[in-house]
Structure formats: C-alpha cells, structure tokens
Design a protein around this ligand. Structure first.
Ligand code: AMP
Length: 281
C-alpha cells in the first residue's frame, strides 16, 4: 500500500491506474478505523480494480462545542489495518493542504440538512459536502463507498452527486455491528462500562420498531412510541430524535412502508450516538 500526503502524488498515482484502464473505488474516512470502515474497503475492492482510502479529520464538519480536538486518532494502526485489507493507496492530507486558507465557497446541502443531524449540528453537512466534494475532485474515483450508519450523510452526498452531475457511483454499505448489536463507531471508545450498556438502547429501540412493523404496525406515531418505550428503560440516555422518514427527502411519514428509514440519535453522557435501520430489509 502506498501512503501519500501530497495531492500531486495522489493525482499521479490515480492517473497511472487510469492509464492502465483500472476502475477506481474510494473510501473516505476520519480514521480510528473499525470493521465498519473495513467493510467499505471490502465492498470497494469487490467492485473495482484499485481502492483509494483517505483519512482526514475534517474540522469544517465539527461544531465549536463538538469533539474535534479529542476525536480519536491512531494513524499507524489505521495504516496497518488498511494495508492488511488490501487498500492500494492511502491519502492522508494535512489540514493546511486541504484548507490553505479558510474556505469561502462551500457546498450547501439545502433542505436535506434542515432536520435530524443537520438540526442538532448546524453547519455539519455543509462541512461534510465541502470536504467530500474536494476529495472527489482530488481522487476522481469511479465509485465511492459510504456507510448506512450515517444515513443522512449518504443521502445528502447522493443528492449532491445528482444535483451537481458527478459521474461517481455511490455504494451504501450496511452498518457493521458489535456482537450485541451496538453499531460500530470511532466514538464508542468514549463510552465507560455503564455507558456501553446504555448505548445498546439505540439498536434495541430500532429492533423493537422493526419487530412491530413486521407484525403489521405501520403508523409512524405508534412506531415512534415503540422506540421511545425502549429508550425509557434507559433513564440515563437522552434521546435527540426518533425519525421515521422517507429515504429521498428524509421527511416524516404518516405510515411506514418497506424502505422507510427509522433513525435515532441519543446522548449517553457526553457521547452522541446515532443508528438507523431501513424497514423491510
Ligand atoms: P467516519 O470515519 O466516521 O467519517 O466514517 C467513514 C465512513 O465509514 C462513513 O461512510 C461511515 O458511514 C462509515 N461507517 C462508520 N461506521 C460504520 C459502521 N458501523 N458500519 C458501516 N459503515 C460505517
């Protein structure tokens, strides 16, 4: 695996792949990798000839009171994991290289960011889209893999690709979970033992909703209550939202149907966790 920090080297390597007629897959990450990230690598490798991964903790997508400075990092471990998983090229840009001066022009997500994560984290998706746009330009892949775990993120990115006419195929990879159901996340390292137990409330609430839906309950209010009843068993958990929404616009639905997204966000201590499922899958 080749590791590059300079954009010229990145472009040169990708051009050489392309000159060989190879199809290029891209996996953008913020590092501190786990099996969820590595599942994106596996998917890219299945679908393309060469896989480029990036590690960049993007300051533009963190709010002033968020965890940018304490976001976990371990570049040598990440490098070893990506190499073992068969990544061809790892791009690790410096912050001064990505943002030599403060960005004046950014990518606005519009109404898709008005709700849910976008409402709780103002400016977050502008930061995400801006860095994804820059990385898409720099890497110029044929395909890019994103996790279902961050479902609003991939929905917003998909819409950017469509509205801005990018010829990049997006692949959404299902959420990888710990054995007990907790969605893998770099932020799970923040959880102390009792919080780790409380963190299970998210996947449990989602499973309860999926079960009631499978039994024939479709009313969004009723399904919302099912999720909230599960959360109520965890008094230390603060629910930010339970969203039962359509997959394109992420607007609340009255009745759920196969394909409807159920997304939850909750705080366990100072750690914010998100999870979701797609009904009928
Ligand atoms: P991050 O490093 O948190 O920015 O995540 C990089 C990519 O990995 C994003 O596309 C995430 O959605 C994806 N990802 C994070 N956690 C998981 C998971 N548990 N399962 C699948 N994909 C994930």
């Amino acid at each position: 695996m080749r590791v590059v920090t300079a954009v010229d080297e990145l472009r040169g390597a990708v051009l050489a792949y392309r000159a060989d007629g190879q199809r290029i897959g891209f996996v953008p990450t913020m590092g501190y990798l786990h099996e969820g990230h590595l599942a994106l690598v596996d998917e890219s490798r299945r679908r393309t000839d060469r896989t480029v991964a990036s590690i960049f903790v993007n300051p533009l997508q963190f709010g002033p009171s968020e965890d940018l400075s304490r976001y976990p990092r371990d570049l040598s471990r990440d490098t070893a994991l990506l190499e073992a998983r068969g990544v061809d090229l790892l791009y690790v840009p410096a912050e001064t290289d990505m943002y030599p001066e403060p960005a004046l022009v950014t990518v606005e997500p519009g109404a898709l960011a008005a709700h849910w994560e976008g409402a709780v984290r103002p400016g977050h998706f502008r930061g995400v889209l801006t860095v994804v746009a820059k990385l898409f330009h720099r890497v110029a892949p044929d395909l890019a893999c994103f996790g279902q775990k961050d479902i609003q993120q991939v929905t917003v990115v998909r819409r950017m690709v469509r509205d801005l006419d990018w010829a990049i195929e997006l692949v959404v990879v299902p959420t990888v979970r710990e054995a007990d159901g907790l969605a893998m996340s770099s932020r799970n390292v923040y959880l102390k033992a009792d919080q780790r137990r409380d963190a299970l409330s998210l996947s449990r609430a989602l499973r309860a909703v999926a079960q009631r839906f499978a039994e024939g309950v479709v009313g969004a209010d009723a399904l919302d209550q099912v999720a909230r009843r599960t959360f109520a068993e965890y008094p230390a958990v603060v629910v930010d939202y339970v969203a039962i929404v359509d997959p394109d616009r992420l607007e609340p639905v009255v009745n759920a149907a196969p394909g409807t997204i159920v997304a939850v966000a909750a705080r366990v201590g100072t750690t914010r966790l998100i999870d979701n499922l797609i009904l009928g899958r």
